[in-house]
Design a protein around this ligand. Structure first.
Ligand code: HEM
Length: 150
């Protein structure tokens, strides 16, 4: 009887210890997904997928709305801040924020070039720009996205 109590107390202690150890990990993951910028970016991913699909099949009618939506989301992202700013020294934040906004401006420029390719019905040019957008997104994430798995 005494032994059973001891085991129960031990199990209880183990449960509490496990919860205490895993809580910070769960919290970190949630914080990574729940930022306003994270949500804007998730929407951008959906529109970028549509854009990629439309570029592949040459569906001009679907390109314009997807491009316009990404552009609208980029304008929202320009007013938001990367979470990574919190990880660096305060003195370095203004520079990173400036670089981040320049990256968003570059995204808008590529979207403007895409609009010109649309006007010209230049399918090759448009596919090349979609590839550049993908590369720019990849490079920007390397530079500005906090690694949420650590
Ligand atoms: C077509 C272009 C882009 C797409 C489809 C895209 C997509 C995404 C996705 C899916 C995430 C993950 C969101 C999450 O964690 O829930 C993300 C995060 C992020 N992206 Fe982008 N992205 C694009 C361009 C850019 C550009 C140009 C920049 C910066 C100049 C940027 C900066 C970031 C940052 C900083 C995060 C982390 C969120 C945070 O810090 O709160 N992205 N993006």
């Amino acid at each position: 009887m005494k032994q059973a109590k001891g085991i129960r107390a031990g199990l209880f202690g183990l449960t509490i210890a496990t919860m205490a150890l895993t809580a910070p990990l769960t919290q970190a993951a949630e914080q990574c997904e729940d930022t306003p910028l994270g949500e804007t970016m998730e929407e951008m991913k959906t529109s970028f997928k549509s854009l990629r699909g439309a570029a592949k099949s040459g569906d001009w009618d679907s390109i314009a709305p997807a491009r316009a939506k990404i552009s609208e989301l980029a304008a929202t992202a320009a007013d938001e801040e990367p979470m990574k700013l919190q990880d660096i020294d305060e003195s370095e934040r203004p520079q990173m924020l400036e670089d981040y906004r320049a990256g968003i401006n570059r995204l808008q420029e590529l979207l403007d070039e895409l609009a010109a390719a649309e006007q010209a019905r230049d399918l090759d040019g448009m596919r090349e720009l979609v590839a550049q957008l993908g590369q720019h997104s990849k490079d920007s994430h390397k530079q500005f996205k906090k690694d949420c798995d650590d």
